[in-house]
Design a protein around this ligand. Structure first.
Ligand code: NAD
Ligand code: UDP
Length: 430
């Protein structure tokens, strides 16, 4: 091809390019899209792709990042009664695959992830019942206890369960664990026990709570404090509402416990405001039930054990002081609702049924032995004269109220005490 021919073809091509006008773009229409998908088996290949992805994620649910820990935003210190997002998340028992992978992401609408939960004081009376419920729900539970008042027998029935661990540890010393929630119960609750070594009691309340709040802060766990009606002291208001600040002797023999718990509440609130730790505060009123220490010195356990042993029931003072007794299963339900809900508290958890000690002795007589005797002893220092919870807040915010009356709950405790005292059957109480 000579030079002229080449030039001629180039100029021909150039003029063709200049003549070119692009196709006008068609407006998008629904039918157009359907036609496009149906052409060249496009729809078929898309469906195959979706099928493969679905299969892959259902076999490997934890392929994606672990679910972030429970990070519910908390409301104000005094929660808004209007926004009652109760949100009691029921964690149904999970299957073995999800149990093996605590952080596993699950398909929407299916089971919730099991949580990793520490229960300090979990070998004690209340703690062991809480542990039963959490394990039954499908969660992983680590009990941290120094066995001061707790007993291994209370949790023995979980030994061998791969979701259960028991650590002998004193909460006065720091501890590092990876968990989602901390139920902080570690503290002797019976006056006899907390007065036995008051310095240790206040250390447990202050340093123990500091350590557990520090742990919560470090790992981003939610923290629940089991405070007490003792923060109201010998109350001047009756019944006691959560906004009552109390009437407490700061230098008495009960102060290691009362003031200790008040400081523990302060610490919880300071960690919430200052370090964004999600906290919950339960103020627990007198609780009874199976697994109470037989000789732990509290009034219900004393009266029941004494009546069963055919000893006189020891009434301190004139017996006209009052208490409100709640059955342990009611309390555990309230604690779990508080932990899972949106409200910091403090929330009273107690049974408003109020009894004098003389009346309590009568109920124990009816339940165990109509011939049972009583004897009077001097009362202890700073003993509160009356106590009864106002549970309006728990009702409104948690949808909780106790279900079991003293006359219904006492026989359940008596069965357990009878077995343990007279060894009618071996093994742990239900
Ligand atoms: P409990 O004495 O049966 O249980 C307390 C548990 O904490 C025991 O297992 C004990 O060994 C453990 N513990 C104590 N000091 C510890 C430490 N330094 N380190 C680690 N573990 C330690 O008492 P409970 O009745 O189960 O009470 C549980 C919690 O509820 C306590 O915090 C108590 O103050 C609170 N509370 C209970 C009642 C009630 O009537 N049961 C009322 C108000 C508040
Ligand atoms: N109490 C009693 N006899 C007992 C033990 C206790 O009369 O054997 C009284 C005690 O004086 C108090 C009430 O029972 O008024 C509750 O005492 P407990 O130790 O059970 O709990 P508290 O509410 O004082 O922490």
């Amino acid at each position: 091809m000579d030079f002229h021919t080449l030039n001629h073809r180039r100029s021909e091509n150039q003029s063709k390019d200049e003549d070119y006008t692009p196709k006008p773009s068609k407006p998008w229409s629904f039918l157009g899209i359907i036609n496009y998908l149906l052409r060249e088996q496009r729809l078929f290949f898309i469906l195959i792709g979706v099928g493969i992805a679905t299969l892959f994620f259902s076999v490997q649910p934890d392929f994606m990042k672990p679910t972030p820990r429970l990070q519910t935003k908390v409301n104000d210190f005094v929660p808004n009664l209007g926004s009652q997002s109760l949100a009691f998340q029921s964690h149904v028992s999970a299957d073995p695959i999800t149990l093996l992978r605590p952080g596993a992401k699950m398909p929407l609408g299916l089971k919730k992830n099991p949580l990793r939960i520490v229960v300090t004081g979990g070998a004690g009376f209340v703690g062991s019942h809480l542990v039963d419920r959490l394990l039954a729900r499908g969660d992983y539970v680590i009990v941290v206890d120094n066995f001061f008042t707790g007993r291994k027998e209370n949790v023995m029935h979980h030994i061998g369960n791969p979701r259960f661990e028991l650590i002998r540890h004193d909460v006065v010393e720091p501890l590092l664990l990876e968990v989602d929630q901390i139920y902080h119960l570690a503290c002797p609750a019976s006056p006899v026990h907390y007065k036995f070594n008051p310095i240790k009691t206040i250390k447990t309340n202050v340093m123990g709570t500091l350590n557990m709040l520090g742990l919560a802060k470090r790992v981003g766990a939610r923290f629940l404090l089991t405070s007490t009606s003792e923060v109201y002291g010998d109350p001047l208001e009756h019944p006691q509402k959560e906004d009552y600040w109390g009437h407490v002797n700061p230098i008495g023999v009960r102060s290691c416990y009362d003031e200790g718990k008040r400081v523990a509440e302060t610490l919880a609130m300071d960690y919430n405001r200052g370090a964004n730790v999600e906290v919950r505060i339960a103020r627990i009123f007198n609780t009874y039930g199976p697994r109470m220490g037989i000789d732990d010195g509290r009034v219900v356990s004393n009266f029941v054990a004494q009546a069963l042993r055919k000893e006189p029931m020891t009434i301190y003072g004139d017996g006209k002081q009052t208490r409100s007794f709640q059955y342990v299963a009611d309390l555990v339900e309230g604690l779990m609702r508080l932990m899972e809900g949106e409200h910091i508290g403090p929330v009273n958890l107690g049974n408003p049924g109020e009894f004098t000690m003389l009346e309590l002795a009568e109920v124990v007589k009816e339940t165990i032995d109509p011939q049972a005797k009583t004897e009077f002893r001097p009362n202890t220092q700073d003993d509160p004269h009356k106590r009864k919870p106002d549970i309006t807040r728990a009702k409104n915010l948690l949808g909780w109220e106790p279900k079991i009356s003293l006359r219904e709950g006492l026989p359940l405790m008596v069965d357990d005490f009878r077995r343990r005292l007279f060894n009618e059957s071996k093994g742990s109480s239900a």
